[in-house]
Design a protein around this ligand. Structure first.
Ligand code: AMP
Ligand code: MG
Length: 368
């Protein structure tokens, strides 16, 4: 059973934002790579059920290779702690725990749970890792191909929410036996942060960790400039835009990337906790932040909230939303995100002042 579920996760994953290892740097960082620097990369298989790229710009290739191996180990450690696909992870243990029994958790898992609880509140419940019962219901519906009944939906929703899970100093306690946590919308980001910290602490001049299209980079790219990141077109092949980023995380969520198919229709793997139904309205959301964990959570939250969610986005985070459909879409982005987009700007780009969406410059006509 587990093997099959993991294969489905791999098969359904698509790279949303791709780190580009070559390409001319446009902005110099404070520490340009010397011409003697080594560009090293590693493509570990089946990390967090998806594709993975680790890259480092290193003065010493042996130290660089070791750092990449340790960065991969950091990612795998996070997966082993937090994946609900693995029966012996801390999260699976918590999900199986009886009512009222405290399950002790690592500092890492507790940190992620506390951060997730904070974003649940900041996003007015759009991001909610306690929605495990509803997420599982839709996953099963995808496997059976049968749409869940209203009664099943009502039943699963009754067990969602932070009232059902209590966090303690060193662990968590279930207050309802059916409560289940799902860290699928945040653990990847946390793992990316952990892996990047390994590379930075090992003294790399620059580095990048990309797991399934969510990524974080720092320092110099192989050409001594900023890292170039591709934002995938949610409606087809090829890029929608390119960003140039320094020390940043770029995470993308989208209903095109992973989905379940029920009765011949595709449904997003992202659930709107308010309705208990898949959040299908926003084709793609990219969030840029210093922390991949934060960007990961808010990309999922904005997939639920859409344009209105920009009012809730904390200062320091930037976002780019693709709204509409293949033949009638627009790209709505914050000013900070727009400043990262490489020229020429994509067509149908609209700048959103936080809380005051407005069009800037002339928006090209469709088809231009
Ligand atoms: P992402 O691809 O980062 O947007 O994360 C999507 C994954 O997060 C799903 O596959 C679920 O495991 C989980 N998830 C789905 N909906 C939500 C939600 N509203 N809040 C938190 N996690 C969610
Ligand atoms: Mg996410």
């Amino acid at each position: 059973m587990r093997g099959r579920r993991i294969r489905r996760a791999i098969g359904g994953a698509a790279i949303a934002a791709i780190a580009i290892l070559t390409g001319v740097g446009m902005w110099q960082t404070s520490r340009p790579a010397p011409s003697s620097a080594h560009v090293l990369s590693r493509h570990p298989r089946a990390v967090m059920g998806t594709t993975c790229l680790l890259a480092a710009v290193a003065e010493d290739s042996d130290i660089g290779e070791r750092a990449l191996r340790e960065a991969e180990a950091a990612l795998r450690r996070v997966e082993a702690l937090m994946s609900s696909w693995l029966d012996d992870s801390e999260i699976s243990r918590l999900n199986r725990a009886p009512l009222g029994k405290e399950v002790s958790l690592s500092d890492e898992t507790l940190k992620v749970l506390r951060a997730a609880r904070g974003v649940a509140s900041a996003s007015q419940g759009a991001f909610d890792v306690t929605c495990g019962p509803v997420i599982d219901l839709w996953r099963s519906a995808g496997e059976s191909g049968v749409y869940p009944s209203e009664a099943d939906l009502r039943g699963a929703r009754a067990f969602c929410g932070w009232d059902h899970i209590e966090l303690t100093e060193s662990g968590a306690v279930k207050r309802t036996v059916e409560a289940r946590v799902d860290l699928g919308g945040v653990a990847k980001g946390f793992g990316i942060d952990a892996a990047v910290e390994v590379l930075a602490e090992a003294g790399m001049l620059g580095g990048l960790v990309d797991v399934g299209g969510d990524l974080r980079c720092f320092g110099t790219d192989p050409d001594g400039g900023r890292w170039r990141v591709e934002i995938k077109n949610p409606f087809g092949e090829g890029p929608l835009a390119h960003l140039r980023v320094g020390d940043s995380a770029v995470c993308t969520s989208g209903n095109y990337a992973r989905f379940v198919e029920i009765e011949g229709r595709r449904y997003s793997h992202i659930i709107d906790p308010r309705s208990g139904r898949p959040a299908d309205a926003v084709p793609s959301v990219t969030v840029i932040s210093r922390s991949a964990m934060t960007a990961d959570m808010w990309a999922t939250a904005l997939s639920v909230l859409g344009e209105e969610g920009l009012d809730l986005l904390p200062t320091g985070l930037e976002a780019l939303l693709v709204l509409g459909s293949a033949d009638d879409f627009r790209i709505l982005c914050t000013q900070g995100a727009q400043s990262l987009i490489e020229a020429p700007h994509p067509v149908r780009l609209v700048i959103a002042e936080r809380g005051l969406p407005q069009t800037q410059g002339s928006m090209p006509e469709r088809g231009e």
